[in-house]
Structures are given as C-alpha cells and as structure tokens.
Design a protein around this ligand. Structure first.
Ligand code: NAD
Ligand code: UDX
Length: 480
C-alpha cells in the first residue's frame, strides 16, 4: 500500500488529502500538523474549516485510509510520498519584508524530513512558493540525506475556497513539475498515478519544476488582474453612467475573454492573491525586471484603491462624516461559503469606517466574534504568522459589535454595507430592515447582490459598485 503523509492540515492540506483518500482507497493518507487544536478538530465532528461537501468526504474515509495526527515525525518517516502544504506568508521583517515569501515553515519542514527519513521519498511542494524553491529544498534534503534519495516535485494547488471539494473532484488541470532526469520522470509518474485514479490523464500536465512553480503564481496573478480590471472599469462606470454588470456581460461574451471572474466588487481578498502577487513582484525585482514588477504591482494598487473608494463613498454620501453613526456590516468572510477572513476586504473597510469614528455592528453567518476581533486588531501581513509572534496593535474594539443576525446589525443603523455575497443577504426582508433604521437610510452594496431599484422603491439611498449613481450620490461626490 502506498503511504502518503501531508505536512500542514490547513485549507489546502485537509481537503486535498481527504479527496485523495476518498478517490484512492488503496492509498493510506495521514495529514499531520504541529497545531494540536487543528488536528483535534479534524478528528472531531466540528472540522476546523467550513467548506461545502467536506464533512461528507472526511466522514467516509476517516479511520479507514485517512488519518489526522500530530505525530509528524513518525508519519513522515513511514511515508513514500510527503506533501508539504504549510503556510508561506509574506515576510514581515528583514530582507524583502512586505513582499517576499517567508519560507521559514517550509524550511523547517524540509529539515525535519531530512532528519527523520530512513527510506527514499518523493517530496511534493503543495504550498505556493517562489520559483526555484525546489532547488533550495533539494539542497537542504541532499546535504542532510544520509544516502537517502529524495525527488522533489512541484504540484501546486488550484482549488478555490468555498468550492474546494468540487474543484478537487473535477479540476481543470493537475500540474506536476519534476526534474528532467530518469529519477525525476519516475517520481512524476508515481504522483501522476495517484491523480489518475479520478482525473483524466490528458488533464494532468507535466512540466519542468520551474514552470510548475511559476505557473501557480502566474495563474493567481492573471485571476486577480481580471478583478482589478473590472473594478477599475467600475469606477469609470460610476463616473459615466455605464453599468458594470452590463459591461462585464458584453465583454465576457467574447469567447477569447470568457464570462467568469468578471464580477466587480469591493475588492478581492483571500489568503492567496495579494500574497502571491507581492511574491511575484519581488521575484521580478530580484531578477532585474522592474517594469514587469510595476505592472503586477498595479493589480494590488487598484485593489487598495477600490477598498478606499468604497469607504470614501460611504462617508461622503452620509454628509461627509460617519462619526458616532451606526453602520451595519453584512458579511466579513472574503467570499461566500467560507469562514475564512484572511485579507478580507471587510478588514480594510471596517478599519476605514472606524478611522472616521463610526460604530459598527458586524454579522457574518460563518465568522466568529473572536476571529473578527483578532482581524481588526492585527497588523497587515501578521495574519498568516503564528499568534505568539504577533505584536498587538492599537485599533480599539469598543466601537465594534459582532451580532447574531442581519436584522440586529441593521436595527437603528444609519447605513448598511454588504461586504460578502452570502446568498442569505439576497433574501432578507429589506422593508422590515428599512423600517427599523435611522433616516435617511443608506445601503452600500459592495457585491452587487441586491436589486438596487427595488431597494430605492422601499426608500433606501442605494450605492452599488459600478452602477449608475442616484441623484443623492451625484450631489455628494467621493474623492478616492
Ligand atoms: P493554512 O495556514 O490553513 O495551513 C497551513 C498549516 O501548516 C497550519 O495548520 C500550520 O500549523 C501548519 N504548519 C506550519 N508549519 C508546520 C510544520 N513545520 N510542521 C507541521 N505543520 C506545520 O494554509 P493554507 O491556506 O492551507 O495554505 C497552505 C499553502 O497552500 C500556502 O502556500 C498557500 O499559498 C497555498 N494555497 C492556498 C490556497 C487556499 O485557498 N487557501 C489555495 C492554493 C494554494
Ligand atoms: C484563489 C484562486 O481562485 C485559486 O485558484 C487559488 O488556488 C487560490 O486563490 P480563493 O482565494 O479561495 O482562490 O477564492 P476566489 O474565488 O479566487 O476569490 C478571491 C477573491 O476575489 C474573493 O474575495 C472574491 O470575492 C473576489 N472575486 C472573485 C471578485 O471580487 N470578483 C470575481 O469575479 C471573482
């Protein structure tokens, strides 16, 4: 029986390994992590992450060929294939701080693999890493190998949160990069055989190591660039009276462009896009390509602009101040169907509103009060680093309430900001909500989930990203 061990039981390691175990009953899969609470949660009825369909897959395999453990060394030692799916956050200090990937967790995993191994192993980069990381990892493993043969493969993950199980069951492609040597080719073949249990072989792409590593950064950069492109258009739509949904539809009908990923929003969030683009920018700079670096940097600049623009629109339309006013924030996760808040635009929007002395009541169906408090008091780039290393920050929480439903959040509020596109926000009783708000009642839709005209009929003053502005908003222009 082939044995797989995955280091890192997070958003990628957990679901990916659960699906491998589900699709390959003849393979034993152990997911290990240094975090005891995380592993305890994976072994309980309350999994540490919310992901549609995940519970079902885990329940079907856990205890049969899928195991979660903190005994990292034992399971690495016994495995034939070791996936490394640890976090690779942005560096907060030292050379490349604020841009370069922090490979501390990766390096310590690699040193541990070298230390405990007694048999040949295939080591798979599952984490998103800078190009040429495999070379560094190879050096660590070879210099400590005691004669053991290690083959390094790059097998980046393309799942998106909220649809992880669907994405893993039916991936657009699986990408495997390896050394172009007979041993490298053999390792690629072994990993290909794992995926071939359920992925058509023509969808398994094999490349050299550096192409695989770079393709992951490139894919995320292209995706984020699409959102920044449509968000840039949304600002122009508001200025001209065009409607961004109509523009996206018309543009996306061109088969060369395609309709997906063209929804204007308050800005993209999530643990990957910003981190990976910053990493790409740093790699370009290190390779003497400042023009290329600046090109990709602009994707992040537009994203920051979009979040600022939203805050400015809220403040300017409410007579240029939200001081002492209650704002209901509906949705805090970075997208629907996840409880993940890493780099969510809600953090910047809430901080912006708090900066203007608003009182905010936040409701999200999947995010806990503790998480929101941590997010609003944390410094930029600290979110993906261990808690004990995080310096405290001065953001005050006494103007923030986390509440249990949207109606409570909106009661007596002056304005509502919709920041995540949860389906339940489409079905709220907005007449009831309007009745319980201060007047004039404002509705700022950062995700274009509500029917703005219907809301105007109820009496709201409505702002929706990239949509024609009503007279009120035209009379109170926002300065970005
Ligand atoms: P995560 O923070 O959810 O999980 C990482 C886990 O690794 C944590 O539980 C941590 O305790 C553990 N860990 C760190 N060092 C360890 C060590 N030395 N030994 C054992 N465990 C260790 O992160 P994630 O979201 O799963 O992302 C992991 C990687 O995958 C990142 O490189 C990320 O860029 C990439 N990725 C993420 C996504 C996504 O949607 N989240 C998608 C594709 C790729
Ligand atoms: C992303 C990539 O999609 C995935 O392939 C990669 O493996 C990890 O990074 P994820 O961050 O989980 O996945 O979610 P994604 O669906 O890409 O959304 C990212 C952000 O962009 C969210 O905040 C989302 O709301 C926003 N978004 C997405 C838009 O604003 N408009 C869109 O049209 C699509």
């Amino acid at each position: 029986m082939v044995k797989i061990c995955c280091i890192g039981a997070g958003y990628v390691g957990g679901p990916t390994m659960a699906v491998i175990a589900f699709k390959c009953p003849n393979i034993e899969v152990v997911v290990v992590d240094i975090s005891v609470p995380r592993i305890d949660a994976w072994n309980s009825d309350h999994l540490p992450i919310y992901e549609p369909g995940l519970d079902d897959v885990v329940k079907k395999c856990r205890g049969k060929n899928l195991f979660f453990s903190t005994d990292v060394e034992k399971h690495v030692c016994e495995a034939d294939i070791v996936f490394v799916s640890v976090n690779t956050p942005t560096k907060t200090q030292g050379l490349g701080a604020g841009k370069a990937a922090d490979l501390t967790y990766w390096e310590s995993a690699a040193r541990m693999i070298a230390d405990v191994s007694k048999s040949d192993k295939i080591v798979v980069e599952k984490s998103t890493v800078p190009v040429k990381t495999a070379e560094a990892i190879e050096k660590i493993l070879m210099h400590n190998s005691k004669g053991i043969n290690f083959q390094i493969l790059s097998n980046p993950e393309f799942l998106a949160e909220g649809t992880a199980i669907e994405d893993l069951f039916k991936p657009d492609r699986v990408l495997i990069g390896g050394r172009e040597t007979p041993e490298g080719a053999k390792a690629v073949e072994a990993l290909k055989n794992v995926y071939a249990h359920w992925v058509p072989v023509e969808q398994i792409i094999c490349t050299n190591l550096w192409s695989a590593e770079l393709s992951k950064l490139a894919a995320n950069a292209f995706l984020a660039q699409r959102i920044s492109s449509v968000n840039a258009m949304s600002a122009l739509c508001e200025a001209t009276g065009a409607d961004v949904t109509q523009v996206s539809y018309a543009v996306g009908k061109d088969t060369r462009i395609g309709p997906k990923f063209l929804n204007a929003s308050v800005g993209f969030g999530g643990s990957c896009f910003q981190k990976d683009i910053l990493n790409l920018v740093y790699i370009c700079e290190c390779n003497g390509l400042p023009e290329v670096a600046n090109y990709w940097k602009q994707v992040i600049k537009i994203n920051d602009y979009q979040k600022n623009r939203f805050v400015n629109r809220v403040v300017s339309s409410m007579f240029n101040t939200v001081s002492g006013k209650k704002i209901a924030v509906l949705g805090f996760a970075f997208k629907k169907d996840t409880g993940d808040t890493r780099e969510t635009p809600a953090i910047d929007v809430c901080k912006g509103l708090l900066g203007d002395k608003a009182k905010i009541d936040i409701y999200d169906p999947q995010v806990s009060k503790d998480q929101i408090q941590r997010d609003l008091t944390m410094k930029k780039f600290d979110w993906d680093h261990p808690m004990h290393l995080q310096p405290s920050s001065p953001t005050s929480m006494n103007k923030v309430n986390v509440v249990l439903d949207a109606y409570e959040a909106a009661k007596d509020a002056h304005g509502i900001c919709i920041l995540t596109e949860w389906d339940e926000f489409k079905a709220l009783d907005y007449k009831k909500i309007y009745g319980n708000m201060q007047k004039p009642a404002f509705l700022f839709d950062g995700r274009n989930v509500i029917d703005a005209d219907k809301m105007r009929e109820i009496g709201f003053i409505v702002y929706a990203i990239g949509k024609p502005l009503d007279q009120w908003l035209k009379d109170m222009p926002a300065v970005a």
